[in-house]
Design a protein around this ligand. Structure first.
Ligand code: CP
Length: 307
């Protein structure tokens, strides 16, 4: 990977860099599948996770990824830190920097917060999700999971359905997938489509069926109730019926199309329970890919200093 201090989004990564992370991530995943969880790649480094929003998958998998490669890991949550006493993000960053942290992994409800932190600190910064902006490690793990089924993503069709407007995952997936040559179709209520998304490379469809027709992958998105303003859609039942992924719409996809969701999933809303637990569901596989791809990110970001 070209010399980078930080990984803040897929908008800025080049296709070759994404490909390298996926290649290393696939090797890491093979080791994880053999239950190998003791690697030397980050020996003696310190990784701090700094989370201003709730998380299960992202925080735990960054922690495990770092620990499996021999790093010291400290988890800081805004709820129990000096943020509650009024400390600013910049001052918190300077404090963690003064402790000689090597990598800070940050999740923040405000888009752009990781960029601000990255400018302030000497440590490498990884964006673990910022507001409605980007969630690069999620998109990388999604692509890694797809790459296990398809040797190349070029020419593959990925349909993304649901709350695209509030979704940092959808934006990072769009940037990454189109850079690797995939076609991305999207369908959402008009109120949940961000302005200008079609200029970022997405094909916006006028029905679920059009979006899913011939797709290799069908991805549902979590309805982000915490970021909603009232009135974006009439009810959860209607959202599920018209914008969710169910068996009826999946018939339009290619036979055996992968069913994916970044999690956490609202069962029966974004996806039917049968599809979540079905044979073509990759949701649990995505979780393991999350550790593997985050191992790759941490290793590639710090490797020249370690060598
Ligand atoms: N997909 C995802 O970011 O999940 P968490 O909020 O549990 O980290």
């Amino acid at each position: 990977m070209k010399r980078r201090k930080d990984i803040l989004g897929l908008r800025e990564l080049e296709a070759e860099e994404i490909d390298e992370i996926l290649t290393v991530g696939l090797s890491m995943k093979k080791l994880l599948k053999q239950n190998i969880k003791k690697l030397p790649h980050l020996g003696g480094r310190s990784v701090i996770t700094l989370f201003y929003e709730n998380s299960t998958r992202t925080r735990c998998s960054f922690e495990l990824a770092a620990k499996y490669m021999g790093a010291h890991v400290v988890n800081v949550s805004s709820a129990t830190s000096s943020v509650q006493k009024g400390e600013t993000l910049v001052d918190t960053g300077k404090t963690l920097d003064a402790m000689r942290s090597d990598v800070i992994v940050i999740r923040h409800p405000v888009g752009g917060a990781p960029q601000l932190l990255a400018k302030t600190v000497r440590a490498h910064v990884i964006n673990a999700g910022d507001g409605m902006n980007e969630h690069p490690s999620q998109a990388l793990l999604d692509m890694l999971t797809m790459r296990e089924s398809f040797p190349t993503l070029a020419g593959r069709k990925i349909a993304i359905l649901g709350d695209i407007g509030h979704s940092r995952v959808a934006k990072s997936d769009l940037f990454g997938l189109t850079k690797l040559g995939a076609e991305v179709t999207m369908y959402a209520p008009r109120t949940l489509l961000p302005t200008g998304i079609e200029h970022m490379g997405a094909k916006i469809c006028s029905s679920r069926e059009e979006a899913v027709e011939g797709a290799d992958v069908v991805m549902g998105l979590r309805i982000q109730l915490e970021r909603q303003h009232a009135g974006n859609f009439p009810s959860l039942g209607e959202y599920a019926k018209f914008y969710g992924v169910d068996e009826t719409v999946l018939r339009y996809a290619k036979p055996g199309a992968l069913v994916m969701h970044p999690g956490p999933v609202n069962r029966g809303v974004e996806l039917t329970s049968a599809l979540i637990d079905g044979e073509t569901s990759k949701i649990e596989e995505q979780v393991l890919s999350g550790i593997a791809v985050r191992m790759a990110m941490l290793f590639l970001l710090t490797k020249e200093e370690i060598a």
